[in-house]
Design a protein around this ligand. Structure first.
Ligand SMILES: Nc1nc2c(c(=O)[nH]1)N[C@H]1C(S)=C(S)[C@@H](COP(=O)(O)O)O[C@H]1N2
Ligand SMILES: [Mo]
Length: 213
């Protein structure tokens, strides 16, 4: 126990020196679970993924179809607004940027924001340019394994910090919806569940944009 405490401190010191520990955050080796409401069941026969709003053609993909989309891996540091940070987490799934580059989704010029829609009506909002960055992924796998139900199985949005990529905006981890069921492209911003509850709309981890007041 004291060994693990010491190794946690040492690991935290290392990421601090590397400039990877945002202000007010602490390193954890655990993976805390945080969400409002229950964990949904997953039925692959009825699950679908929808893309709508400011797109040329709305799409609906079944679970089988979603699994045939091109896949991407990203390693990043994730930063929860409740002050834990987890480093070098590996995610695998589908990149929105790739779907657009490959013509699987075509945006209308009016598209400026993306609302992630999850089970039970949960939403979170981000500017389009942030969701198109390399640090946003619709993930099915964490550290080589399918997501666990608590962490969003079968699909969740994830956003974090890619070491060295100061060019990318890094919002807090709540801007990734667990149990993701669709993306809505909008011309106007529309604050999501936690954003309406008082969390910061922009949520930059380096600027400590935790709450709106
Ligand atoms: N569907 C859904 N996704 C959600 C939330 C939620 O309440 N519902 N909470 C967010 C918050 S506040 C955080 S900190 C992260 C936590 O993800 P984790 O449980 O995998 O650590 O999920 C985010 N995604
Ligand atoms: Mo959170």
């Amino acid at each position: 126990m004291f060994d693990s405490l010491r190794s946690r401190r040492e690991a935290e010191e290392r990421v601090r020196k590397e400039g990877r520990l945002p202000p007010g955050q602490a390193l954890t080796n655990k993976f805390p679970v945080l969400h409002y409401g229950p964990v949904p069941d997953f039925n692959p026969a009825t699950w679908d993924f929808r893309v709508w709003g400011e797109v040329e053609e709305p799409v609906t993909w079944s679970w089988a179809e979603f699994n045939k989309l091109p896949r991407t891996k990203v390693v990043m540091d994730i930063h929860c607004v409740t002050r834990w940070s987890k480093f070098d987490t590996e995610w695998e799934g589908v990149s929105l940027r790739t779907l657009i580059d490959e013509g699987l989704i075509t945006l209308k010029p009016a598209a400026r924001f993306v609302i992630q829609h999850a089970e039970f009506g949960f939403t979170t909002n981000l500017p389009l340019e942030v969701v198109l960055q390399d640090n946003f992924l619709m993930a099915t796998h964490f550290n080589g394994e399918p997501l666990t139900p608590d962490h969003g199985y079968p699909l969740r949005g994830v956003i974090g910090y890619i070491p060295g990529r100061e060019d990318l905006e890094t919002p807090y981890f709540w801007k990734g919806a667990k149990w993701l069921r669709g993306l809505e492209f909008t011309s106007e911003d529309r604050p999501g569940f936690w954003e309406r509850a008082g969390y910061h709309n922009h949520a930059d981890v380096w600027k400590e944009e935790r709450t709106a007041y």
